[in-house]
Design a protein around this ligand. Structure first.
Ligand SMILES: [Zn+2]
Length: 543
């Protein structure tokens, strides 16, 4: 059975995603396994692909790398990029040296409910909107004109902050002192709950941002917008956290988002000077590898902002969680937005200081779009509609799901770059091995067993300097299991080695045993290597 084709024509619905991951697993037996890390709030399974060459052991016994995407509802490109990596790895399969030694966990869509809303309606939510307690005078997004989409409503209003752009009538621009009517106000397409007929209409309910729901420096609203009730209060995030903490073999994580394209690295709060200096050097070096493969700029999260803004502080964010609570080098790639696909660089987007400059970039994007042969439906014409509450409105405008992502066609090139980065990062995995196991006869029925346990990977078994101090990243342990009829003479069988540095750090180990008769084997050595993976060897009698 051939691997399923990953199309780059449109973003995927949940059913399309499910069909793809099922086919991928079925077409790559012994390499790809489909599991679920739990169910979403609305009951959709959150797919997990575990990918490794199982002929050398399951992913759980190897150093492992996690890729996740689409934590934010409309950032659908992340699902695609994660699936690109999954499919590439599946195609490599047993030919890959890396898959013999490393396991990959891929969660292409952490937020299947939010993504389904975004992909089917193009409506705009961050991760989730709590609509359980509907507030009065509040607009809830809904497809009121029945065209299948949730677009923008514009209404003429004397206080309206927008006017139609004289240079491109499709667009709305900020009203200035010189603007002439008609003036417009805008609302998302929807219905106002218990409207009292006034102009004061709030939009949607409580909005949750799951990339503010991680545990490091979590703060409640209103200190941190979108935080949720407590760290991992959202079931999807809880499922991911439980998965992460059940896998001490994880040594690297990459998350996919869409914003102006960038390779993001810690810190997400405070200053770089708060982090270990050696760790910052390595995370920067790795991020530059990402930049090389994607063409994206490297930006610490706190600096991912307009040039004229202050540094940002994101509480409960993935980056500081990944570095400070897991001790790992973690990254998020912002895969881009439609402006990037139109050839506008991230530095030009962040250089914008005034509304006029932003409006000029949108115009440039639309001009580029007009010239495309195959056009994704990024704009819906303003169409008059008699709204049951608001009266005469026009519904149309830019489609969020396209504006907030690179084009699917562009994504193919981008995903190839992020895949190469993933391989480069993952290739530095720690790798715990048992070398030169041997037994020597010392006298009648007495034997000496020797072996070297070493880390021949590039990262230390504690991955980062930060990781050395954390309980989660476990040091190396050796279990000594004597064969039947073999008795240990040494003081201790099991050994705790602690962490091993990369490449050149090894320990020579020695045991003495006594054996009755002539047993075929003397013992089994099992090495539990934490992030470096497990290894085992059976030691036989010398010939
Ligand atoms: Zn995002």
């Amino acid at each position: 059975m051939p691997l399923p084709r990953l199309q780059f024509a449109h973003f995927m619905t949940y059913d399309e995603l499910t069909a793809f991951v099922e086919e991928l697993a079925a077409s790559a037996p012994g390499v790809v396994r489909l599991r679920s890390i739990g169910d979403s709030r609305e009951g959709r399974a959150i797919h997990l692909l575990a990918i490794t060459d199982e002929s050398t052991g399951p992913a759980e016994a190897k150093p492992a790398y996690l890729v996740h995407g689409n934590i934010h509802a409309v950032e659908l490109a992340g699902t695609h990029a994660a699936l690109f990596t999954a499919r590439k790895l599946a195609a490599e399969g047993r030919k890959s040296e890396l898959l013999k030694r490393v396991g990959f966990y891929i969660v292409p869509r952490i937020n299947p409910d939010g993504a389904e809303f975004a992909v089917t309606t193009s409506g705009s939510i961050r991760s989730r909107t709590d609509r359980s307690e509907r507030a009065a005078n509040t607009l809830y997004q809904e497809d009121v004109n029945g065209d299948g989409l949730i677009l923008t409503m514009r209404l003429p209003h004397p206080n309206g902050p927008f006017v139609s752009d004289p240079k491109d009538r499709r667009l709305l621009i900020r009203r200035t002192r010189k603007s002439k009517p008609p003036f417009f106000r805008t609302l998302p397409e929807g219905m106002v709950h218990e409207w009292d007929g006034t102009d004061h209409i709030a939009v949607e309910g409580r909005s949750l941002d799951w990339n503010r729901n991680w545990s490091y420096d979590w703060r409640p609203e209103p200190e941190q917008w979108g935080a949720g009730d407590f760290p991992f209060s959202e079931p999807e995030m809880r499922a991911l956290a439980e998965f992460i903490f059940s896998r001490p073999n994880l040594f690297g994580i990459l998350g996919y988002h869409t914003g102006p394209n960038a390779v993001l690295r810690p810190p997400s709060t405070g200053s770089e000077n708060d982090l270990n200096e050696g760790d910052v050097r390595i995370m920067q070096e790795l991020a530059e590898v990402g930049a090389e493969h994607t063409g994206f700029p490297v930006i610490p999260v706190v600096k991912y902002r307009r040039d004229d803004a202050r540094d940002i502080n994101l509480r409960g964010h993935f980056h500081d969680f990944g570095y400070r609570h897991l001790g790992l080098f973690v990254f998020e790639f912002e895969l881009g937005i439609l402006m990037n696909s139109a050839g506008i660089k991230t530095k030009d987007i962040f250089a914008v200081k005034r509304d006029e400059a932003h409006e000029a970039l949108v115009r440039r994007m639309m001009k580029w779009w007009d010239k495309q042969k195959r056009r994704d439906p990024v704009f819906a014409p303003w169409t008059p509609f008699a709204h049951p509450q608001l009266g005469r409105v026009e519904i149309g405008g830019l489609l969020h799901r396209h504006v907030a992502n690179p084009t699917p066609a562009d994504l193919k090139r981008i995903a190839a770059g992020t895949y190469r980065f993933t391989i480069a990062h993952a290739s530095r995995h720690p790798r715990v091995v048992i070398e030169d196991p041997q037994a020597e006869r010392m006298g009648e029925g007495v034997y000496r067993i020797r072996a070297r346990v070493a880390n021949r990977g590039e990262f230390p078994t504690h991955v980062s300097n930060r990781g050395r101090s954390l309980r989660r990243l476990q040091g190396v342990r050796v279990e000594f299991r004597p064969a039947e009829g073999v008795r240990l003479l040494s003081e201790a069988g099991h050994r705790t080695l602690g962490h091993l540095n990369g490449l050149t750090d090894g320990r020579d180990l020695e045991w003495f045993v006594a054996a009755e008769g002539d047993p075929e084997t003397l013992c089994e050595l099992r090495v539990l290597g934490g992030a470096g993976g497990n290894a085992a060897v059976t030691v036989s009698l010398p010939d």
